[in-house]
Design a protein around this ligand. Structure first.
Ligand code: ADP
Ligand code: KDG
Length: 314
């Protein structure tokens, strides 16, 4: 059986490597990203088995994503190739030193055509954890149904469900997303959110209040990701807080997914809640200090690097 099964959309990425608007001849880097594959890669690098379910187009970008995931050790045997439409794409401009602008070309494309049929419920039922995010239900009716198929299969089999809000304003409104997230929070065992995201489902308040309100909806573990302030969790009614690591911020995208990978990894290893938060923070610190959505994620042997007091290890 696999440690973690996850599903969602992964897109190719063209990211400018200099600051400013896109212009003819400007240098860029080709990669890919998707919240759930970012988590899967993070888990794989930490030594866990991870399967990603999703659709890619029959095109060079689809091959790029699948080959790279395979190279990272993520199981891609449940990935479907959709010959009708292309793989989705993200463009990322570093508009100014501090402002990143992402444009999505994904509506109606391969990833959004995920259906309940794509979800092997036997695979989900045999997993140690199912991880889903709030991006997938925003993609299409069939993608939303696929998430619920996976969640129902996990619950029926007693497999813990992990849910990360991952609200994307470009895809749907706060009201629409809030209603969908509420159902997923109630169905999940482990919930990850940012402070503002949490307020889409429960009344705004202090970190402690918001986490308690979310926990009251059902999940045994509620984890609030708080950027440079670290993370706060309520686990089985007890609260835990851990500071972020002091690192240089290079690229904030993917920090949340890195955190989720670290937290779930520690949970799978049987570590206690404070240690789960700590590993989440370490992975988040790696992610923000390297350019790319997932490229900076640590291998297990590197987790301790962040504790070093010297900048150069030799
Ligand atoms: P998201 O990407 O979902 O918005 P956050 O910005 O809260 O998530 O970041 C997730 C985690 O990454 C944080 O809880 C923290 O562990 C780490 N992190 C984020 N920003 C920083 C930072 N500036 N310095 C150190 N760690 C950070
Ligand atoms: O969480 C990082 C993701 O935002 C990125 O990799 C792409 O899945 C993505 C999205 O929809 O924004």
């Amino acid at each position: 059986s696999v440690d973690v099964v996850t599903l969602g959309e992964t897109m190719a990425l063209v990211a400018a490597t200099t600051t400013g608007s896109f212009a003819v001849g400007a240098p860029a880097r080709i990669s890919f990203g998707g919240a759930e594959t970012n988590v899967a890669i993070g888990l794989s690098r930490l030594g866990h088995s991870a399967t990603w379910i999703g659709r890619l187009g029959a095109d060079p970008l689809g091959h790029l994503v699948k080959d790279a995931l395979r190279g990272e050790g993520v199981d891609v045997s449940h990935v479907r190739t959709d010959a009708e439409v292309p793989t989705g794409l993200m463009l990322r401009e570093h508009r100014t030193a501090d402002r990143v602008r992402v444009s999505y070309y994904r509506r109606g494309l391969a990833g959004s055509r995920l259906t309940p049929d794509d979800v092997d419920t036997g695979l989900v039922a045999a997993a140690r954890t199912l991880h889903v995010s709030g991006i997938t239900p925003a993609l299409s009716e069939s993608a939303r149904a696929a998430v619920h198929t996976a969640v129902d299969a996990a619950r029926a089999a007693g497999v813990p469900v992990s849910f990360d809000f991952n609200y994307r304003a470009a895809l749907w409104s706060v009201t629409e997303a809030g209603a969908a997230f509420r159902d997923l929070v109630a169905a999940a065992d482990i919930v990850f959110a940012g402070d503002e995201e949490a307020a889409m489902v429960v009344p705004a308040g202090s970190v402690e209040e918001v986490a308690k309100e979310l926990a009251a909806l059902g999940p045994a573990q509620v984890v609030l990701k708080r950027g440079a302030a670290g993370a706060y969790a309520v686990v089985d009614g007890e609260s835990f807080t851990e500071p972020a690591l002091a690192v240089s911020l290079i690229d904030p995208v993917g920090a949340g997914d890195a955190f989720v990978a670290g937290y779930l990894s520690a949970m799978l290893d049987g570590l206690d809640p404070a240690q789960r938060l700590r590993r989440g923070n370490v992975c988040g610190a790696f992610a923000v200090s390297v350019a790319g959505d997932w490229e900076g994620l640590p291998r297990r042997s590197e987790l301790a690097t962040m504790d070093a007091t010297e900048n150069v290890a030799r």
